[in-house]
Design a protein around this ligand. Structure first.
Ligand code: BGC
Length: 747
């Protein structure tokens, strides 16, 4: 009876909450309706118009001079790239002088932290730690919202199968399952417990869609792709973002099968707004409405505005196409007023949800800003996530961890003393903050880790471009004088990111020659690779005993790297993207099809699908990463060998830490659908767990397989699980499968 009573109370509370949420959203709809009725067409178009301030621009800036006047006359609804309570307040004050006093929305690319920077998103993905990734977005939102920002243009959820494409640094890598889990977490992190809470910002899933599949890995290039591939590989993270409640979406620069994403009715109206019932709004990418003219899809800016709004693009970022052409299009009856109203309604709804109509300055509290931007917990967290994002690629003869009492270290390379670079591309540059000082460099991190007795010798060797060998002799000398060498090489932060495609993804310039010269001294060498993408470094991989992939780790980079180098943290990161042996293998990804003539690496020349001059296998596979300990996988058990569509299979196995130190392992579960109405990948990640075990400790782990994990989009784009045999593979990477079995899906 008591149980029944508490159960009834629970139901009552749940009902009360959902009824009040319903009431709240009804109230918002009424307020939106009544506001819409008062708006002129010009004011409506104003709500669909967004311009950039001059804090941070990522493209050509238009009409800077008259922004304030436009805001006062209700012709701008949103500004991007303005930050700080002081600036945002000034802009909002201007909006409050407009006839209807509709508040502005402030958007910004808060991609991996705000003042406190976290690892670049691809690096965070390497942590495979979903809780931590959500927390990273949460803290970014806390700082950004305290600084006047309502809306981040993140997460970027584009699948990246091509490391030449510089924007892989912004995403979660190549796998749709991992990327979907991360997309969900990031949206949740940014939006917190819901819009309207002062520490939440609106998320924006971008770039919708298939932007990462640009031909040749060249940014902004065209994409040609089958619809099953679009649905199976590229759309899932976007769907996850909708499921997590993403308030906004951004479309993309590319054309997809001949239709620019910005003017793409199928993507924006049919899939996103209709099939997925997305209630938020879609913003164009920077100038992407106007770019439909050079694409050859629109005759002029007016035609571009027509195509964009009809296709479902709600807000115009920086094209001025809606501003100059939409009124005419409505007056000529080419665009129904209802279409404009729908777009305005979606945007106003969010402004109401954010509470901006109740208090337009609620995000402009300098006291909160000061407190949150200097919150020491954020820095502690930055160190935690940074060290969990590092991937140990090689550790022969237990070169690592190093002893803190080592007598002498030569710390060599272009990135040892780098400061700003550690923030990575897409970090926010706050006015009045000396970013070079607000960072722990790698030199400082190591210096504060080793004993006072340890002698540290520095030699740059060469800069990042490394065009000459002039500094090599000094580096070799430093190596000879020391017990161990740490070499920090890689890209500059701005070698990956938007418009940073590279046709050659080797270590830049003569960096690998620098490594060779230092290795020739015979000293133990550890190489740190700083980069925003998978690089090619075959000689290093084959000849250097220890390699640590550090990506770009943010504010606490130096401390995090030192934690791993000296064993205060046992590395646990795993690659979220395949590392090729050479650019010639790109695109390269683990979840490929088998083909009718599958090859093993040794089979080349035998009329199989292979190169005659290179292996098919990657240099480092998806899901790979070492630890200072070892893990044993044993005793796989499936609780049944057949599953019905409404059933489940329980999977268990034992994981043991067989080494001498505690460590974390990311156990990965892959499935292979043996026969399909469309051919299926050789394996697909369907689940994973990150597990911490003490030395000698064993745990029995379990997974559940249900129909969802067996389904895919068939030729009719239906989500189906087809009866037949499935292989199950559990392992430490996509190429290191330790346990296998099979089961059957029966009707
Ligand atoms: C990028 C977007 C970004 C926007 C605003 C564009 O160039 O493609 O990802 O959000 O600029 O800065």
């Amino acid at each position: 009876m008591r149980h029944f009573r508490s159960f009834s109370i629970l139901i009552f509370v749940a009902l009360a909450i959902s009824t009040s949420a319903l009431g709240q959203s009804r109230k918002i709809e009424q307020r939106v309706d009544s506001l819409l009725k008062q708006m002129t067409l010009e004011e409506k178009i104003g709500q669909l118009t967004q311009y950039a301030g001059d804090n941070q621009a990522t493209g050509p800036v238009n009409f800077k001079g008259d922004h304030l006047a436009l805001i006062k006359s209700g012709k701008i609804g949103s500004m991007l790239s303005i930050m700080g309570t002081k600036y945002t307040r000034q802009y909002q004050e201007a909006a409050m002088q407009s006839r209807l006093k509709i508040p502005l929305l402030f958007g910004l690319d808060v991609i991996h932290g705000y003042k406190t920077t976290f690892p670049i998103p691809l690096a965070e993905a390497a942590s495979w730690d979903i809780g931590l990734i959500e927390r990273s977005a949460r803290i970014a939102a806390i700082e950004a919202s305290a600084s006047g920002i309502h809306w981040t243009f993140a997460p970027m959820v584009d699948i990246g199968r091509d490391p030449r494409w510089g924007r892989v640094m912004e995403g979660a890598g190549e796998d749709p399952y991992l990327a979907s889990r991360i997309a969900f977490a990031r949206v949740r992190g940014f939006q917190g417990t819901g819009l309207g809470n002062l520490d939440s910002v609106m998320a924006c899933a971008k770039h919708f869609t298939a932007y990462g599949a640009a031909v040749g890995g060249r940014d902004y290039n065209s994409v040609d792709m089958s619809l099953p591939q679009l649905w199976d590989i590229y759309l899932p993270p976007f769907k996850a973002a909708v499921d997590a409640g993403a308030a906004t979406f951004m479309n993309s620069f590319n054309d997809l099968n001949g239709v620019p994403a910005t003017g793409n009715h199928y993507l924006q109206r049919e899939i996103l707004k209709d099939r997925w019932n997305f209630q938020g709004f879609i913003v164009s990418d920077w100038g992407s409405i106007g770019e439909m003219v050079p694409h050859g899809y629109a005759a002029d800016r007016k035609d571009a505005a027509l195509k964009a709004i009809l296709a479902g693009n709600d807000m115009d970022m920086e094209s001025s196409a809606y501003r100059f052409a939409l009124a005419e299009l409505v007056n000529e009856k080419k665009v129904p007023m209802a279409v404009v109203d729908e777009a305005v309604r979606r945007i106003l709804r969010k402004k109401f949800e954010l509470g901006l109509f109740d208090d337009p300055f609620r995000y402009s509290d300098p006291e909160r800003e000061g407190r949150e931007l200097n919150n020491p917990e954020h820095r502690d967290f930055a160190r935690e996530i940074a060290r969990k994002s590092i991937v140990l690629l090689k550790n022969d003869k237990q070169t690592l961890p190093l002893s803190k009492n080592v007598r002498s270290i030569a710390f060599i390379g272009p990135n040892v003393k780098a400061e700003r670079d550690n923030h990575g591309f897409w970090s926010v540059h706050l006015p009045n903050l000396d970013y070079d000082k607000f960072i722990v460099s790698q030199w400082e991190g190591v210096r504060s880790k080793v004993s006072g007795e340890t002698k540290m010798v520095y030699a740059q060797g060469c800069d990042v471009d490394c065009r000459t060998t002039d500094g090599f002799a000094e580096a070799v000398e430093a190596a000879k004088l020391s017990d161990v060498v740490v070499l920090s090489v890689g890209e500059r932060a701005n070698m990956s990111g938007e418009a940073k495609s590279r046709s050659n993804i080797h270590l830049p310039g003569k960096q690998e020659e620098l490594i060779k010269a230092v290795v020739a001294t015979g000293k133990p060498v550890v190489v740190l690779i700083n980069a925003g993408r998978p690089l090619v470094f075959d000689w290093t991989a084959d000849n250097v005993p220890a390699i640590v992939y550090t990506w770009w780790l943010g504010t606490e980079a130096g401390n995090a790297i030192a934690d791993v180098l000296f064993g205060d943290y046992n590395p646990s990161g795993k690659l979220p993207m395949t590392f090729p042996r050479s650019e010639g293998q790109i695109p390269i990804y683990y979840n490929h099809f088998n083909t009718g003539r599958p090859a093993r690496d040794e089979d080349a020349n035998n009329y199989v699908s292979a190169y005659i001059d290179l292996k098919n296998s990657p240099k480092f596979p998806f899901g790979f990463g070492l630890s200072y300990t070892d893990f044993k996988y044993a005793d796989l058990k499936l609780d049944r060998s057949q599953i019905r569509p409404d059933g489940k299979i329980g999977v268990t196995f034992e994981l043991t830490n067989t080494g001498k130190v505690a460590g974390e392992e990311v156990v990965q579960l892959y499935l292979h659908d043996r026969v399909g109405s469309l051919v299926r990948p050789v394996k697909e990640l369907k689940d994973f767990q990150k597990v911490k075990l003490g030395p000698g400790e064993t745990k029995r782990l379990s997974f559940t397989i249900d129909k969802e994990k067996l389904s895919f989009f068939n030729g009719d784009l239906q989500w189906v699980a087809e009866p037949g045999e499935f292989e199950i593979m559990i392992g430490s990477s996509s190429a290191d499968i330790r346990l296998r079995d099979k089961f059957e899906l029966v009707k």
